[in-house]
Design a protein around this ligand. Structure first.
Ligand SMILES: [Zn+2]
Ligand SMILES: [Zn+2]
Length: 880
């Protein structure tokens, strides 16, 4: 018998499928029966696929194959997220241009994906770095600009000093490092193109409701958007003092300005005892500019503190927050509720970007405020009594009361619960004109400029002359603030006919220290003419972040014609994506940005979809055998090429689906992989053993096995849709066990009953009809496409690909009949449940079986009884 040697046939089928266009996308999908199954497309690194990639890709492949076999029009494309820092950094290291390197990486990725048998339609392949693709990324940028969604501003932004580029909030990890390179982030003032994602905050939040996504990802997006309803209270800032700036009790108030604080707990405002400003707060700047009178030495102290804060990252500031630092301004804010002056401090635990950059301190009812107040000896006041009933003054941390409770020491709020009090206080403050209800968000506008070479050039032109004359491009930006709009003077989009603005091929493209893109040094690129006045002008030299291309690639897959067209059409019956599969690490990056673009494109009328991805499933990470992350430096990387060379692609696929529940992190195990390999070898052997059997011989199909097969078909189908690939495989393994056992039993039976009178020509090994055997092969096909195709065509002699066959129909008849579980009652009480084969539910047989049960014997032995039997349902033995 031929052995299972996957290397002998896997390559053959790769070519066959390609030649036969087995996985070609149907032209126009029927709306009801379309299925768009998409992987998060990879960044094609020089290292090629690691074994983590195929885990997600195999899952999506199984899904795509399952839907195809069930008659769906399936779109299952693949492409390359090829712009961005990792590619560029790798190219710099190799002293090559990414334009040369990336295509080679792509070719290698594609080879590996084909090797693994993924059923992508390669005719729809695209890379974000193709000019035919990024011309539209640039075109979309221009449409968003015209919509008023983009502005240019000089702002302090996150900056990676190693990558030498500005970054978005979302690219800074919670430990303050750069998401791509792991180095600590600093701050830098740079002129930036900024996307008004905040204009979509409410819709991004509300539409989360309709998504079939992992709850964890939904929660992260919700928290990132961070919508809070509260009130902004404006406090007059005053100097208190007599002659010589000395503080005295005569309280001469001079109003110097105002400070606004956002709070969600205005109910506690009678307990407010101080104000803290972020070091970047404009009030601090005007203080330092001596517009406000203050002592010189004090100013020096403030200046020093502010400068120190600048050197820290946001995260450092948040973490250090447990040990508070700060400087007193010698100024006071007036709490108008009770006329009390509250000292105004500056501290770096308050961040300028969040809220108003100023915080009102209520130390009795906020732990962080309590720590600050304790540190600097500021008064603590109780205004809420909690469920513990403690009404004493708050002097210990444990007494700080942040929970539900009733108001005390709060004038007109006394006796109310905190929710009633919050509403009443908001009404009161608004009525007095001291506050305004507001909604605050955590999400910030999206910093979209990168000072790097390897990205889409931002298609904008700046004309100094037009800027001088305050001429600017027309945008439909009713909502843009005037100051932002003014910053757009002199900026014009590149005329659309001139797209793409191609990235020039250059020798030197290393990032530079000045905070400029390396493109700024290439005169031929920079110099252009003004689309408005025709005079000399300069191109924008910043490039887009690597998230740009991935914000809409799923739309391009659905509209492949656009790559060779002068028009962009994005609507398609394929949309939205039905299944999206990939890692969880892009929760508030790619997954948020692409939702934003889709909503904006919907507003532009370019697409009907309001959300890009209906269902999202996250793939768990694969660790090395030593339970650590795989890394070159640890030497524990498993290379899929080597695995396939040794065990074949089907084993790698099956193993990665079998290793653990799909979203669970799991360590690689070569031993477990071998187990899967042996399983496939057994399947191979069974089919080989059936091949040459004499067909004319009489033989009987094993009904129990057929029933089991139908149950397996049902379970595998259900498990695929539930992403329970591991249990689907377990069910198939169990079925093969039963199949083998049935064959063994059949051989023994044959020998016993024939006593060598009849020669066994192999008919004894036939326990399943050819049709049923094929059914099993079909449900295995999505998991092990090579083995299935080889058996299907070579062993069973089928002429069309198994991957074009249909998913087997379940025979429910036989499933119900088989293994009937029949309760056996004695005098109406269930004493046992016996399992009887479908064909053997006659009364005679069932009674016989029941009497073999010890639990029944016990009651009926030596006694007379009457039999009441409902066929296949229940047996009752009534003692007389
Ligand atoms: Zn970096
Ligand atoms: Zn001009």
């Amino acid at each position: 018998m031929k052995k299972y040697i996957p290397q002998e046939f896997e390559k053959k089928w790769i070519d066959y499928w390609l030649k036969e266009k087995t996985y070609q996308t149907p032209q126009s999908p029927d709306k009801k029966k379309k299925m768009y199954v998409l992987d998060m497309f990879p960044y094609p690194s020089g290292a090629g696929l690691h074994v983590g990639h195929p885990r997600g890709y195999t899952a999506s492949d199984i899904l795509a194959r399952y839907y195809r076999m069930n008659g769906y029009a399936v779109l299952h494309p693949m492409g390359w997220d090829a712009f961005g820092l990792p590619a560029e950094n790798a190219a710099i290291k190799a002293k090559k241009n990414p334009l040369d390197m990336v295509p080679r990486n792509i070719a290698n990725f594609k080879r590996q994906m084909s090797m693994l048998g993924f059923s992508y339609d390669w005719e729809r392949e695209l890379a974000t770095t193709d000019p035919e693709y990024y011309q539209w990324t640039q075109w979309l940028f221009i449409q968003f600009f015209k919509m008023g969604l983009l502005y240019k501003k000089n702002v302090p932004i996150h900056y990676c000093p190693v990558c030498k580029t500005g970054l978005a909030e979302e690219e800074v990890l919670s430990d303050g490092t750069h998401e791509r390179c792991g180095n600590p982030i600093t701050k830098k003032d740079l002129p930036q193109w900024i996307f008004r994602i905040t204009a979509y905050a409410d819709r991004l939040l509300e539409d989360l409701q309709g998504l079939n996504w992992p709850p964890g990802i939904l929660e992260m997006q919700k928290n990132w958007i961070g919508k809070k309803t509260g009130i902004t209270i404006t406090y007059p800032v005053v100097a208190i003092g007599g002659a010589g700036g000395k503080e005295t009790s005569d309280r001469i108030y001079r109003q110097l300005g105002t400070v606004s604080c956002f709070t969600t707990r205005p109910d506690t405002n009678f307990g407010a005892t101080f104000i803290v400003l972020a070091p970047e707060h404009p009030f601090v700047a005007s203080l330092l500019n001596s517009k406000l009178k203050n002592q010189k030495s004090k100013l020096e102290e403030i200046k020093k503190y502010v400068e120190q804060a600048k050197t820290k990252t946001e995260v450092e500031r948040m973490l250090e927050g447990r040990k508070k630092t700060g400087v007193f301004t010698r100024l006071y804010a007036l709490n108008q509720l009770n006329g009390k002056p509250m000292p105004v401090w500056i501290s770096d635990f308050v961040l300028a970007q969040f809220g108003t950059g100023a915080v009102v301190g209520v130390p009795g009812h906020d732990l962080r405020d309590f720590e600050f107040a304790s540190q600097f000896g500021i008064e603590v006041k109780r205004v809420v009594v909690g469920s513990d009933g403690d009404t004493s003054p708050i002097s210990k941390k444990a007494q700080v009361q942040e929970e539900e409770g009733k108001m005390v020491n709060s004038d007109f709020l006394n006796g109310l619960d905190i929710h009633q009090a919050t509403k009443k206080m908001m009404d009161y403050l608004e009525e007095k004109g001291w506050g305004k209800r507001e909604v605050s968000y955590h999400i910030r506008d999206w910093i979209f400029s990168r000072q790097r070479y390897w990205g889409e050039p931002i298609p904008m032109i700046f004309c100094a002359e037009c800027a001088k004359n305050q001429v600017k491009s027309q945008t439909t930006s009713e909502n843009l603030k005037l100051e932002i709009e003014n910053s757009l003077s002199g900026w014009f989009p590149v005329p659309e006919a001139e797209l793409p603005v191609k990235l020039p091929y250059v020798k030197s493209y290393e990032p530079i220290e000045t905070g400029e893109s390396p493109l700024a040094r290439i005169n031929e690129f920079v110099e252009t003419t003004c689309p408005n006045c025709g005079g000399k002008a300069k191109r924008e030299t910043d490039t887009m972040p690597n998230w740009a291309g991935s914000c809409w690639y799923f739309l391009a897959f659905a509209n492949p014609q656009i790559l060779n067209s002068k028009f962009l059409t994005l609507n398609s019956n394929w949309l939205p994506v039905d299944w999206y599969i990939g890692g969880a690490e892009h929760a508030v990056l790619h997954l948020l940005y692409s939702r934003f673009w889709v909503k904006a494109l919907n507003d532009l009328g370019l697409i009907k979809a309001k959300e890009p991805f209906i269902r999202l499933r996250n793939v768990g990470m694969i660790l090395a055998e030593d339970n650590r992350k795989m890394s070159k430096s640890l030497g524990n990387v498993i290379n899929p090429d080597e695995v396939v060379a040794e065990f074949g692609a089907d084993s790698l696929r099956m193993y990665e689906m079998f290793m653990a529940p799909f979203s669970q992190e799991i360590a690689w195990s070569t031993k477990a992989l071998q187990g899967v390999y042996r399983f496939l070898g057994r399947v191979w052997k069974i089919f080989q053993s059936q091949k040459s059997k004499v067909k004319s011989q009489k033989w009987e199909e094993n009904k129990i096995l057929v029933s089991k097969l139908n149950k397996t078909i049902e379970k595998v189908g259900r498990d695929i849709l539930d992403f329970k690939f591991n249990t689907a495989i377990a069910a198939m393994m169990e079925f093969v066990n039963s199949w083998e056992a049935a064959i063994q039993l059949s051989i023994i039976n044959f020998q016993l009953s024939n006593k060598n009178e009849q020669k066994d020509t192999g008919q004894s090994q036939l326990v399943l009809s050819a049709d049923n055997a094929k059914k099993f092969l079909k449900i295995l096909a999505p998991f092990a496409p090579f083995l299935a195709e080889e058996i299907w065509q070579t062993v069973l002699g089928e002429e069309k690909s198994i991957h074009r066959s249909s998913w087997p129909k379940i025979d429910r008849e036989i499933m119900i009949k088989e293994d009937a579980a029949i309760p056996v009652q004695v005098n109406g009480k269930v004493r046992a449940v016996i399992t009887v084969v479908a064909t053997e539910t006659s009364q005679e047989n069932v009674v016989k079986k029941a009497l073999q049960e010890e639990r029944i014997q016990k009651y009926v032995e030596g006694k007379k009884y009457q039999v009441i039997y409902v066929k296949g349902k229940i047996l009752n033995l009534v003692l007389s």
